[in-house]
Design a protein around this ligand. Structure first.
Ligand SMILES: Nc1ncnc2c1ncn2[C@@H]1O[C@H](COP(=O)(O)OP(=O)(O)OP(=O)(O)O)[C@@H](O)[C@H]1O
Ligand SMILES: [Mg+2]
Length: 500
């Protein structure tokens, strides 16, 4: 792999390696590139900002890109990696108790269960050692949210391993740590056992794993910091660990919260002013005016990652007069593109304020209150959709799976359209490229019903997606293209002022 390609992939820009190669750009040229050059190469706004940040980080860290070329004989690289260790609890005891063949089956099922979760979150099994597994998140594939992915995979493993039906009852302990690591085919003294990763991060993950109680997961301070508010944690304390000079905080992950980082990012961010996008904003606000007057509208906002789709619709959301209309936000998630009705279920959870500590009774009351006087059947269906037990209070659901699907569709459609009977509704549907098929079918029906309602659906998505809705007079497409150079410069300056 060329040096430049390695540097790009280290910073999550591997996709553009061929563009850099076509333009004959080498590692030593990186600091010379201007924003205009990056536009020419074809990087969208978000990636240009990431590129600039990576160049600054590389040059500030005394590790000028040129220097990495010195190590050409070593096929290895430094990058941020999240390392997870999974250990099968009581494996020695199990191995003494069950036949060797049965033991082989136990281990096979354990490994398969872990591997499936790891793969779903784009992790990489680095090695199996005895009855443990070492996993990487961030190599060879890197994502913005690798620590979060690792924790999600871990929570699923903790949940699923005890459900394996085999010759023994199984449990795991998991440790996760994030840090700079040298990965690759390295031959050197401090090389990790199998030569794939070295540094203190794998060591820390292994120590944290050893501290975890059966059925629990402990993460390092850096993992905790990066995965942040997506989960609930308990600080176990600070510990002196073998191989570490300073005490290390150990955070036990209790569970996932129901908001994911995409929501938090928009709501929590101190937004600078909207730059450029005047025509696009005017289109949105004109259509919103029409919709408010009763001519239902659909606006499709598409563009590359980071081009500014969310920022644009956030402007509309903030400027629309509060109180006079209702806002419904549906957010798709990269982790749930295959779960039925996911964005709507999440909204219902949120609106009903369902909490894990609530009793089933309390949850049913909360669901009932948001459905405005539902029949028992509607409440059963809604409770079933939200995985809240209802049989004790309401009796069982006696419908075929197809009937359940059809009736759930009706209830959700009614729920989404309910507010439009007395005030305008702005429905923001984010990241439809991760849309699950059932929600897609529901949205198809909703947009058919929209024409005479005071409602606007704004859907954002990346270019690979297309909802396939027929062109009609109340459907508008807004395709976001790159901003011009001056505007990009202004965003970069605003960013440094607001600290983004
Ligand atoms: N016109 C703009 N004015 C000010 N800031 C902008 C503008 N466009 C984008 N940004 C900033 O650039 C960053 C990326 O934009 P945004 O999150 O809206 O992209 P996106 O198209 O929604 O990406 P994704 O497909 O990943 O959801 C954000 O910090 C956003 O505030
Ligand atoms: Mg977005």
């Amino acid at each position: 792999m060329a040096e430049i390609e390695r540097w790009l992939s280290k910073h999550g820009l591997a996709k553009y390696a061929s563009a850099f190669a076509d333009n004959e750009i080498e590692l030593g040229d990186l600091t010379e590139l201007t924003d205009e050059d990056l536009v020419t190469i074809g990087l969208p706004l978000g990636r240009r900002r990431r590129f600039m940040k990576a160049v600054r980080a590389t040059t500030d860290g005394n590790a000028r890109p040129q220097n990495t070329a010195l190590g050409a004989s070593i096929v290895a690289e430094r990058r941020q990696l999240t390392v997870m260790f999974i250990d099968l609890v009581g494996s020695t005891e199990i191995s003494q108790r069950v036949d060797p063949e049965d033991l082989a089956e136990v281990l096979r099922l354990f490994k398969e269960t872990c591997a499936a979760s790891v793969a779903d979150f784009d992790g990489q099994i680095a090695s199996y050692y005895g009855d443990g597994i070492m996993v990487f998140f961030g190599f060879p594939l890197a994502h913005e949210e690798d620590p979060e992915r690792a924790i999600r995979a871990g929570l699923r493993i903790i949940r699923e391993v005890p459900e394996i039906r085999t010759h023994a009852k199984l449990q795991v302990r998991i440790g996760i740590a994030t840090g700079l690591v040298v990965v690759g085919d390295l031959r050197g003294e401090k090389m990790f056992e199998d030569g794939t990763a070295m540094g203190e991060t794998p060591n820390l993950a292994a120590r944290l794993q050893a501290m975890a109680e059966p059925g629990t997961m402990i993460v390092s301070p850096r993992t905790h910091q990066l995965a942040g508010g997506a989960f609930d944690y308990v600080l176990q304390g600070s510990f002196k660990l073998k191989g570490f000079t300073k005490e290390v905080e150990a955070w036990q992950v209790i569970g996932a919260r129901d908001t994911d980082s995409r929501f938090r990012r928009v709501e929590g961010a101190a937004l600078g002013p909207l730059i450029g996008r005047i025509t696009e904003y005017e289109t949105l606000s004109d259509k919103w005016k029409l919709a408010s007057e009763g001519e239902g509208q659909i606006v499709l906002v598409s563009g590359e990652p980071g081009i500014g789709k969310s920022r644009l619709i956030e402007e509309l959301r903030q400027k629309a007069p509060q109180g006079a209309h209702e806002q419904i936000r549906l957010q798709c998630s990269p982790y749930h593109f295959a779960s039925s009705f996911y964005p709507i279920i999440r909204r219902l959870h949120h609106v009903a304020d369902l909490r894990s500590e609530d009793s089933d009774e309390a949850k049913l009351d909360k669901i009932s209150s948001i459905l405005k006087d539902p029949s028992d059947q509607v409440l059963r269906l809604a409770a079933s959709l939200l995985s809240v037990p209802f049989e004790d209070r309401l009796g069982p659901l006696t419908l075929t799976p197809q009937q359940i699907m059809d009736e759930t569709h009706e209830i959700l459609l009614d729920h989404l359209l309910a507010d439009a009977s007395d005030k305008p509704v702005l429905l923001l549907f984010e990241d439809a490229h991760w849309l699950d098929p059932t929600t897609k079918a529901l949205m198809d029906r909703l947009v058919d019903r929209l024409r005479d309602l005071p409602m606007m659906v704004v859907m954002t998505f990346r270019p690979e997606f297309d909802p396939g809705w027929a062109l009609q007079s109340n459907l508008t497409k807004v395709v976001l293209r790159q901003l011009d150079f001056q505007d990009v410069k202004r965003i970069a300056n605003e960013g440094s002022i607001t600290g983004q």
